[in-house]
Design a protein. Structure first.
Length: 504
C-alpha cells in the first residue's frame, strides 16, 4: 500500500500530466461532494476500466490544492482492510482520503462499512475507485447501503466523447466507449482482452470476494468449474449477434440488406439475387456456434450474468422489449463487423466477385450503423429525461405495419414527439414514411392517448423543416446540446436552432 501526501503528493500529481486531460461531466459531482457539508457519506467512482476514474481522482486533488490535508492511498494486491485502517489512523489529520484500487483490498466488500461509520461520520471526505467496480455495487447494497454517493463512469455519451476526444458520430459508433484509443481496444484480440479484463474479470473477482459459497445462486456451478468468464463473454457475444441478425432480417428499410440482395440486378449482372432464407439460415448457423454452451437449464445463469452486466452499466434493457443496448458502442460494432465478414464468407455469397462482396459489406455496415445510431439516440434521451414521472420514452411498433424509432410522451399535457433515426446524410422521401403514415399515427394516438405534437427525422444532414411539417435535425447537433430534452419539449428544436442562427 502506497500513500502520498504533502509535497510528495504534489510532485506525483505534477508528474501525472493530468492537466492535459479534459474533465468528464460527472467531475462536478465529485467536487460538490468534496466541498459540501458533512453528509456522513463516502463517494465511489463506479465504472469499467479506461473510463476516467483515476484521472478524475487526480484532477480532484489538483482542484482542492491543499496537499497537506489529503492522503492519496494506492491499494495493491495482498493489502487488507486492516492495513487500510492502520494507514488512515496514521494520517488522521487529513480531511480528504482518495482510495485508488480499493477493490483489491482483501475483505473490502464485507468490511468497508467502517469508512462511512467512523471516518465519513466524523466529517472526512472519502473518494474511492477500483478496477473491479462490481464490488462497489455489491457493497453499496450491503455494507455501505445508503451511505455512499455512486458516480457512474462506464457510459460515455457522444457529447462527452466529442468534447474530450473529438471525432464524428460515426467514429463514436465504431470506437466509442472508453477515453483511450478505441481503434486499438475494439479490434480482434484487443477486444477479447478488454472484455476479459474490464468485464469478465471484474465480475468474477468481485464475486470471489463476496463469500461465493453462500451467495452465487445460479452461477455457483459455472463459477467453481472456472467457466464464468467464458459464459460472460458468450452472453455479450450472443446479444451482439442477435442485434446484427435483427438488423439483417428487417425488410424494406432504406439502404438495408434488401438493397444488397438486389445488388446484382441493379448492376445488370446475370446473377440470382440472394434469397431471404439463405441469409436467415446463415445467421442461425452463426448464432448456433455459441448456443451449445447454453443448455435450457442455463437460462437462469444467462439472466444472472445479464443482471450483473446491467449493474456494471454495460447493458441497458429497453423496457417492454427483448432489445438490449450496449453502452460501449465500439464493442458492439467490432463484433458486428466480424459477423458481417463471416456472412460474406458464406457459400451463398460466393457467386459474387470480391468487389461486389465489398459493396454488399458496405451496405450491411450502413444497416448496422443505422441500428446503432438509433440505440445511441434512444439511450441519450432516456438518460437525459428531466422528469421520469412526467415523460415516457419508448419505441412504438405496430406489428408489421410500421414503427416509430423513438417516442417522447408528456403525461401532463398528453402530447408526444415522434422520431425516426436514419444513418443518412441527405433527406429522401422514404425516411419520413412512417411519420406521414396517417393510420400509424392514428393507432399511436389511440393506444397512448397522446396527440402527436412534433415529428422529427434525425440524420447526418442539415437541420431544416420541410413543406409537410417534418423537422429534419442533424444528429450531432442534437446529441451535443446540453439541455436537449428541455428544448425539445418546450418548442420545436428546428425553430430554436433557427433563432440562434439569426442572433449570431
Amino acid at each position: 500500500m502506497k500513500v502520498f501526501t504533502g509535497n510528495e503528493l504534489r510532485e506525483m500529481i505534477e508528474r501525472s500530466g493530468v492537466d492535459a486531460y479534459g474533465k468528464r461531466t460527472c467531475f462536478s459531482t465529485i467536487m460538490e461532494y468534496l466541498r459540501g457539508g458533512n453528509d456522513h457519506k463516502t463517494c465511489c467512482l463506479y465504472g469499467l476500466r479506461r473510463t476516467g476514474k483515476t484521472v478524475m481522482m487526480i484532477q480532484a486533488v489538483r482542484e482542492l490544492d491543499c496537499y497537506g490535508d489529503i492522503a492519496y492511498i494506492l491499494c495493491e494486491n495482498d493489502d487488507t482492510i486492516a492495513d487500510l485502517r492502520g494507514i488512515m489512523e496514521q494520517h488522521g489529520q487529513a480531511d480528504f482520503f482518495f482510495l485508488d484500487e480499493a477493490t483489491k483490498l482483501e475483505g473490502f466488500i464485507e468490511c468497508c462499512s467502517f469508512l462511512a461509520d467512523i471516518h465519513a461520520f466524523c466529517g472526512k471526505k472519502i473518494v474511492m475507485a477500483g478496477t473491479d467496480s462490481l464490488g462497489f455495487s455489491i457493497a453499496s447494497g450491503r455494507e455501505l447501503f445508503d451511505r455512499v454517493h455512486m458516480i457512474h463512469t462506464t457510459y460515455i455519451p457522444y457529447r462527452e466523447y466529442a468534447r474530450l476526444l473529438g471525432g464524428s458520430i460515426d467514429e463514436y459508433i465504431r470506437y466509442g466507449g472508453t477515453l483511450t484509443d478505441g481503434k486499438q481496444i475494439y479490434q480482434g484480440d484487443s477486444l477479447e482482452e478488454y472484455t476479459n479484463e474490464a468485464i469478465a474479470h471484474n465480475i468474477t473477482h468481485s464475486l470471489k470476494e463476496w463469500d461465493v459459497e453462500r451467495r452465487l445462486g445460479p452461477l455457483t456451478a459455472v463459477y467453481f468449474r472456472n467457466e464464468l468468464p467464458t459464459y460472460i463473454n458468450r452472453v455479450i457475444e450472443y446479444h451482439n449477434r442477435h442485434f446484427v441478425a435483427e438488423i439483417m432480417n428487417q425488410p424494406f428499410k432504406s439502404h438495408d440488406l434488401g438493397s444488397a440482395r438486389n445488388l446484382a440486378n441493379r448492376r445488370g449482372l446475370p446473377i440470382e439475387p440472394l434469397k431471404d432464407n439463405e441469409i436467415t439460415e446463415h445467421l442461425k448457423r452463426e448464432l448456433s456456434l455459441i448456443e451449445p454452451l447454453f443448455k435450457p437449464a442455463d437460462k437462469a445463469v444467462m439472466d444472472e450474468i445479464k443482471m450483473y452486466l446491467e449493474k456494471l452499466d454495460v447493458l441497458y434493457s429497453i423496457p417492454e422489449t427483448d432489445e438490449v443496448i450496449f453502452t460501449q458502442p465500439g464493442m458492439r460494432y467490432c463484433q458486428a463487423e466480424a459477423l458481417c465478414r463471416s456472412l460474406l464468407a458464406a457459400k451463398s455469397f460466393q457467386q459474387y466477385s470480391v468487389r461486389e462482396r465489398q459493396e454488399i459489406l458496405e451496405i450491411v455496415r450502413t444497416d448496422v450503423m443505422g441500428g446503432m445510431l438509433e440505440d445511441i439516440v434512444y439511450m441519450d434521451f432516456v438518460l437525459r429525461m428531466p422528469d421520469s414521472e412526467q415523460y415516457i420514452i419508448k419505441k412504438f411498433r405496430l406489428s408489421d405495419d410500421g414503427e416509430f424509432d423513438i417516442t417522447v410522451i408528456d403525461q401532463k399535457e398528453w402530447t408526444a414527439d415522434v422520431f425516426e433515426v436514419k444513418h443518412s446524410n441527405r433527406p429522401v422521401p422514404g425516411q419520413a414514411r412512417h411519420l406521414l403514415n396517417k393510420e400509424l399515427c392514428a393507432s399511436f394516438e389511440k393506444q397512448t392517448g397522446a396527440t402527436i405534437r412534433e415529428k422529427y427525422v434525425v440524420y447526418h444532414g442539415e437541420t431544416f423543416e420541410d413543406k409537410s411539417g417534418i423537422s429534419y435535425v442533424n444528429v450531432e447537433e442534437l446529441l451535443k446540446r446540453d439541455e436537449l430534452l428541455d428544448e425539445l419539449l418546450s418548442e420545436n428544436l428546428v425553430c430554436r436552432l433557427q433563432k440562434e442562427s439569426t442572433v449570431e
